[in-house]
Design a protein around this ligand. Structure first.
Ligand code: ZN
Length: 205
């Protein structure tokens, strides 16, 4: 036992049931992001506005279910992320993306269903895109900004885990006017990367 902890401070193990649909039984937190929450995220603002008009700002973009024990040192957050399919112009549906507030914290993403890409960038300009299909995972090292992208026709569902104290910095991407690369349709049923013309580089606070 760590110094300073008493038996009463030790958490009881949580049993979780993980569904390929993204349902996480045993969760103690759920949040959802809707179309209206994604203002400024997609580069084709006309396509985004058209989607708001057609589907409404309340349309679901993604849902996250998670379980944690609070931000004790070393404790894990376990969760599922379900990102619905969608296109805004030729850009695929994305999560907002973040760098961990404690930036050296790593994260595992394991694909449960659908087809997606984990878009990964560093503050100093490295960029990688890792395609994930069910059974595939990416072990995201610390210092990598990360965002899920749904490049398929079904919900892209991942199981994730990270140290709870990592936190999330969402502002870094917003301040840079988006990530350096966009994941766009290649015109042949697949995806490709295209440089985001608006990106002005990451500046860490
Ligand atoms: Zn993360």
């Amino acid at each position: 036992m760590s110094k300073g902890l008493t038996v009463a401070d030790i958490d009881s193990p949580a049993k979780l049931t993980v569904s390929p649909s993204g349902a996480l039984t045993g969760n103690n937190g759920v949040y959802t992001k809707h179309l209206a929450d994604m203002a400024g995220v997609y580069r084709d603002s006309a396509a985004y506005d058209a989607a708001i008009s057609a589907e409404g700002g309340d349309a679901l973009v993604y849902r996250v279910e998670s379980q944690d024990y609070g931000p004790h040192s070393g404790a894990l957050t376990i969760g599922t992320s379900t990102l619905l399919p969608g296109r805004y112009g030729d850009e695929f549906a994305v999560t907002r993306g973040h760098l961990h507030a404690i930036s050296d914290r790593a994260e595992l993403y394991y694909c449960l269903s659908g087809r997606g890409v984990m878009l990964l960038e560093t503050v100093d300009g490295r960029s990688e895109a890792v395609e994930l299909t069910p059974g595939e995972a990416v072990n995201v090292p610390g210092e990598w900004i990360h965002r899920s992208v749904n490049v398929g026709d079904e919900p892209f569902v991942t199981l994730f885990t990270y140290a709870t104290d990592a936190g999330q910095d969402y502002q870094l991407i917003a301040d840079a006017k988006g990530m350096k690369n966009l994941v766009v349709a290649d015109g042949d049923g697949g995806w490709m990367l295209r440089e985001n013309p608006d990106h002005i580089g990451y500046k860490r606070a």
